[in-house]
Ligand binder design. Structure first.
Ligand SMILES: [Zn+2]
Length: 85
């Protein structure tokens, strides 16, 4: 096995921005000192932001980039069989 250990900084749940017009995760400008963000690409303020997890879940992007093990939280099934009494 090749053990590639490339500085995998584990950013737990970074904040990302999602442009609803571009329908993708976008870079943004912050407008003034308000919590308003403008999409760098199309220039609208139609930008949602939140943790990566929540954005991906909400806009259902998870099939694209996010690896499956990020949602490995759901346990398959409870062990049957061993449940003898
Ligand atoms: Zn945009």
């Amino acid at each position: 096995m090749t053990e590639k250990k490339e500085k995998t900084e584990k950013v737990e749940d970074p904040i990302i921005f999602y442009c609803k017009d571009c329908e993708e995760v976008a870079e943004t400008h912050r407008v003034g000192n308000k919590y308003v963000y403008k999409c760098k690409k199309c220039g609208t303020k139609n930008v949602a932001f939140g943790t990566k997890k929540s954005i991906y879940t909400f806009f259902r992007l998870d099939d694209k980039d996010v690896k499956k093990d990020e949602k490995a939280e759901t346990k398959p099934e409870e062990k049957k069989g061993e449940e003898k009494k």
